[in-house]
Design a protein around this ligand. Structure first.
Ligand code: ADP
Ligand code: MG
Length: 293
């Protein structure tokens, strides 16, 4: 077996034409990420979706999932085309339509939003984790300063704007594939394979679109493609004017949420602590803050 990928979350091996995914059991997410990933893939495979790896087996005791090895490459951000954007919407539409009557079979997703207030609570929880940390170097100091002087005032403003506009909104739940983005899509010719559903679950139908299009991986994707994605998402995934308005009202908060995530290195036991890592994260954070006007 050959180790082909190692992230904080998992170790991935290639064994002939099989992918062996060993899910780590780190404590910040006690949910069964492995089981969740496998069940999601199995459910949609049985619904006829062939844009996912074929599920082979999942063993709860060892927390190991086996899937077909798929050819293809992650698309470099500057090569993403309108065809690729359309493929992501086709996939999301398939997932949404084919799970609508079966939502009770799925868990809630990581940071899922059942009420508008949940959008705020999720961010407050992350901010709380960043406020009482020890400063170890100048990057920690910079990070804390940006958090206090820039990010938190913007958060207060955007939160009030969002809550005012969505006072009486009742959210519509659908299935959110979780960590969805071009970093988790393989392309081989005209074929697309979507994977990595550890964090999938029931969530506000509006949420996935804006988080996808502001994911750090597509930070440098051209604006026309981002707009195309958002229009398609509004037309083909969302079902009402209220949902489309909610999507428009959430942009500031979503950028701030991604900004807060960049500061994870402040958490004492966070796995990446190198200077280069922190520098990169601070740059990305500033880009997110610049987008919140
Ligand atoms: N079924 C598969 N076929 C081929 N490569 C895969 C497959 N599943 C995962 N990989 C490779 O392993 C990497 C990490 O897999 P992923 O499921 O995203 O795990 P992680 O949660 O660690 O991000 C992918 O970017 C891809 O290169
Ligand atoms: Mg991944």
């Amino acid at each position: 077996m050959e180790l082909i990928s190692k992230s904080g979350n998992n170790k991935i091996y290639k064994d002939g034409d099989v992918i062996v995914k060993h899910y780590s059991s780190f404590s910040s997410t006690p949910c069964d990420r492995g089981k969740n990933d496998f069940n999601f893939i199995k459910y949609f495979w049985e619904k006829g979706c062939r844009n996912i790896p074929k599920p082979i087996s999942y063993d709860e005791e060892t927390n190991i999932g086996r899937y077909s090895f798929e050819e293809g490459k992650i698309i470099p951000v500057n090569n993403i085309t309108s065809q690729d954007i359309n493929a992501t919407i086709d996939f999301l539409e398939f997932i949404t339509i084919n799970s609508q009557n079966d939502l009770d079979k799925f868990n809630y997703g990581k940071e899922s939003c059942i009420t508008t207030q949940d959008y705020i609570n999720n961010m407050v929880q992350r901010i709380n984790k960043l406020t009482n940390v020890h400063i170890r170097d100048k990057y920690d100091r910079k990070g804390k300063k940006i958090l206090k002087k820039k990010l938190l005032p913007l958060f207060v403003r955007e939160k009030d704007k969002f809550l005012n506009k969505n006072k009486n909104s009742k959210l519509k739940l659908s299935l959110n594939p979780g960590d969805f983005g071009f970093h988790n899509i393989l392309k081989d010719g005209d074929k697309y394979i979507f994977f990595d559903f550890e964090y999938a679950g029931k969530d506000d139908i509006v949420k996935q679109g804006p988080y996808f299009v502001t994911h750090p991986y597509v930070m440098e994707m051209n604006e026309a493609l981002k707009n195309e994605f958002t229009q398609l998402y509004k037309n083909r995934i969302l079902t009402s004017k209220g949902e489309r308005n909610r999507l428009d009202s959430i942009e500031g908060l979503v950028n701030l949420h991604w900004g807060i995530i960049q500061l994870n290195f402040l958490i004492p036991d966070f796995m990446h602590q190198s200077t280069d890592f922190k520098k990169g994260r601070l740059q990305t954070l500033n880009k997110y803050l610049d987008k919140v006007k």
